[in-house]
Design a protein around this ligand. Structure first.
Ligand SMILES: Cc1cc2nc3c(=O)[nH]c(=O)nc-3n(C[C@H](O)[C@H](O)[C@H](O)COP(=O)(O)OP(=O)(O)OC[C@H]3O[C@@H](n4cnc5c(N)ncnc54)[C@H](O)[C@@H]3O)c2cc1C
Length: 288
């Protein structure tokens, strides 16, 4: 199909994009990498009257350390995340997640902010930002506000961003101590999206006991979620094979799993449990 007609405006700054959003109220959509929006336009699932292109706003594309945090501009591409020496050093989970996402064309064009704002239930980034307890900084007509990753994903394709707001930055506070991180996914055979994606962020003490655990799950339900049952079972425990397997069994506690042609709900749940165990084992093995 061909998209409905729309007006196109390329914003040169965040302020200009915010002003354009305010001017066109609910009739405009932001265009970042376009890898989710353009297909939605072509299928007429989205029919905005105005497209506000934010892909040329240089100030929204960066990876830096500031105020003891890793700060990532929303327009940073998946490939920039995958290849950044700073990301690999400070938060390898993010680089690993990026490397697992789509193919090289998708990673070159798609942005972390576009992916998070889209809240696709099978997207990879949501699991990682939940595991890392990231903060999402939204810019809006009344200034900026910070939204925790736990509150950001509201439902299928729905986030806590309000009309008129733009996701500006993702902030991660690196943890101290012996940190082990891992991202593992089962790729959909056709699209490559996550049928199940598990992000793990562990901190261990010198004896190998788990001090804190962050486990984000994507692909399983209508939105990505924190596997609280797994986290609670890991906290304070020695991370041996038996404890990890017992903890991973809680990966889908209380979750209504998706069912589609590629995987039934029961199969998805089973995959989630198995891959949670594998991802925790991998995080423990990589800890330093
Ligand atoms: C062939 C293919 C394979 C893919 N495989 C994967 C995969 O394996 N895993 C995965 O996670 N993803 C995958 N993707 C999706 C890809 O990661 C996209 O980059 C991502 O979904 C959207 O990012 P984008 O920059 O293209 O956003 P766009 O498509 O431009 O925008 C997506 C939505 O977010 C809104 N938006 C964009 N930026 C902002 C912002 N800063 N603030 C507020 N709203 C904003 C837009 O208005 C739109 O509604 C795939 C895509 C394709 C085409």
């Amino acid at each position: 199909m061909i998209a409905n007609q729309f007006e196109y405006v390329a914003a040169k700054s965040l302020d200009e994009a915010l002003a354009l959003l305010a001017r066109h109220k609910g009739n405009a959509k932001l265009l970042a990498g376009g890898h989710s929006l353009i297909p939605a336009l072509k299928l007429r699932l989205a029919q905005p009257q105005v497209l506000i292109d934010i892909s040329r706003i240089k100030d929204l594309s960066y990876i830096k350390e500031e105020g003891g945090q890793l700060r990532i501009g929303a327009m940073t591409t998946h490939y920039q995340m995958e290849s950044s020496a700073l990301v690999k050093k400070v938060c390898p989970l993010l680089a690993e997640t990026a490397a697992n996402l789509g193919d090289i064309q998708v990673r070159n064009r798609g942005t972390i902010g576009g992916s998070l704002a889209h809240s696709d239930p099978a997207a990879d980034w949501p699991a990682a930002v939940i595991a890392l307890s990231a903060e999402m900084v939204a810019a809006g007509p009344k200034g900026g506000r910070s939204i925790s990753a736990d509150k950001f994903f509201v439902d299928l394709l729905t986030t806590a961003l309000q009309p008129g707001e733009i996701l500006q930055e993702i902030r991660i506070t690196p943890q101290k101590g012996k940190v082990g991180q891992s991202y593992m996914k089962v790729r959909h055979p056709a699209s490559g999206f996550a049928m199940v994606g598990i992000a793990v962020n562990l901190v261990m003490d010198s004896t190998g006991k788990c001090q804190s655990a962050g486990i984000g799950v994507t692909g399983v339900a209508a939105k990505a979620y924190r596997a609280t049952g797994v986290e609670n079972a890991l906290k304070g425990a020695a991370l041996d094979a038996r404890t990890i397997a017992a903890a991973a069994a809680h990966a889908v506690d209380g979750v209504e799993a998706n069912s589609d042609l590629a995987a039934s709900a029961d199969y998805r749940k089973q995959l989630a449990v198995v891959y949670t165990r594998r991802a925790i084992e991998a995080a423990v093995a990589k800890a330093k």
